[in-house]
Design a protein around this ligand. Structure first.
Ligand code: ADP
Ligand code: MG
Length: 378
């Protein structure tokens, strides 16, 4: 699809030129249903124009409530929400001009694909020839050209979700809000639609706010991720930042696998764990860990090396004795499952499949470079 066509798709409902995207700013947002903990307990977040922002977190962490507050389906207990600097906190949903996509397609079953997609344009009193043109363009964008006259029941689940996506973007919304839109689809179809959503985001250039509890999905799609925990944002950053530089143990555990050593004392120049004394590179100590003093040292499996006892550990590395409890062959690499110290901490090392073997039960030394560890708050 050419840039000209996608610009037309993103054009505003007034026929104004395409918006580059809308900035969405949440300031001290609270939603309290009167439960023990507010559903959203003080969230501040700026989503930049054209950004693909994912709200990630476990079930019940406040992602959907936050999205519904942005959409205006729920009222704020306190705090403000602004679009491009304009306060929309009390604006009803239809005046916020947002596209929405949910897990269940919510298509009109008796309407054709074309009628479903045209619906938001008819509501906005867009002239008929303009409607026909925009519906054709957006159906091309979601690769459903030629299916105009089908009704939803004649389409697969993935196709129905693409119709819903077309309907959500056809009027050039200020932003597209997506709440677990791929949750009902099987694994293969999910992957295909993730790629579609990413391509459409690039072509339309509008702000996307995407909710998921699936860390892999969040990592593969997002410019940035806001990680939710108990109604608060634990950390915001690029997928790489959250993976490489987690601030908290929650973040380290939620995104990928970690070897976790809960430190006995506040992090200083060194840290103690299970009779070991380790060097700390100040650059690898998260500010929150420094501030709270309750810290854990985490190392990703791909950064852990496994050596024989007595092998020389290189300078600038920390080491700990371990026992191999399992070796898992995973094709291109192996995972060595390790039990550290007195044995109550289990960890993993990812090693090259072609490397020399280690046997279950074997005592080893696990080591990692000091600059690959991360000291986080716990
Ligand atoms: P998530 O989307 O991250 O799974 P939600 O935003 O749906 O989480 O829910 C956050 C918390 O708010 C949960 O404890 C949930 O039970 C509660 N909650 C959500 N909606 C309502 C509501 N309408 N009334 C009362 N409690 C609600
Ligand atoms: Mg939800």
């Amino acid at each position: 699809m050419s840039a000209t066509t996608s610009t037309a798709v993103a054009a505003g409902s007034t026929g104004a030129p395409a918006r580059a995207g809308t900035q969405i700013r949440l300031t001290d947002v609270v939603k309290d249903y009167g439960l023990a903990v507010p559903a959203v307990a003080g969230v501040s977040l700026t989503i930049e124009p054209g950004e693909f922002m994912t709200l990630l977190g476990p079930s019940g962490s406040g992602k959907t409530t936050t999205l519904n507050l942005i959409a205006g389906f729920e009222t704020l207990t306190s705090g403000t929400i602004a679009f491009n600097g304009e306060d929309v906190s009390t604006l009803p949903p239809h005046k916020r001009d947002l596209g929405m996509l949910f897990q269940n397609y919510a298509l009109f079953p008796h309407m054709t694909v074309a009628q479903n997609v045209a619906y938001p344009l008819r509501e906005r009193k867009v002239p008929k020839p303009e409607i026909a043109r925009r519906v054709a363009e957006v159906l091309e964008l979601v690769q459903l050209t030629g299916r105009d006259d089908n009704v939803p029941s004649q389409l697969s689940g993935g196709q129905q979700q693409r119709v819903a996506l077309a309907r959500a973007i056809v009027f050039g919304p200020k932003a597209l809000l997506l709440d677990e839109p791929l949750g009902a689809l099987d694994r293969n179809l999910r992957g295909a639609l993730q790629a579609e959503i990413q391509r459409i985001h690039r072509e339309v250039g509008s702000t996307f706010v995407f909710v998921t509890h699936d860390q892999e999905e969040a990592m593969s799609l997002s410019d940035r991720i806001a990680l939710f925990n108990n109604g608060r944002i634990e950390q915001v950053g690029s997928p790489e930042t959250l993976y490489r530089a987690p601030e908290t143990l929650f973040t380290a555990r939620f995104l990928g696998d970690s070897n976790v050593f809960e430190l006995a004392d506040a992090p200083g120049a060194t840290a103690g764990w299970g009779g070991q004394r380790w060097d700390l590179d100040p650059r690898t100590v998260a500010e929150r860990a420094r501030a709270t003093g309750r810290a854990a040292l985490v190392v990703r499996p791909e950064d852990v090396h496994v050596a024989e006892p007595g092998d020389v550990v290189p300078p600038g590395a920390n080491a700990v004795p371990a026992t191999v409890t399992d070796v898992q062959y995973l094709g291109s690499y192996r995972t060595v499952v390790l039990s550290y110290g007195a044995g109550d901490v289990v960890g993993r090392a990812r090693v090259d499949a072609s490397g020399t073997g280690v046997a279950v039960g074997q005592p080893v030394v696990a080591w990692w470079r000091v600059d690959r560890q991360r000291v986080v708050a716990r």
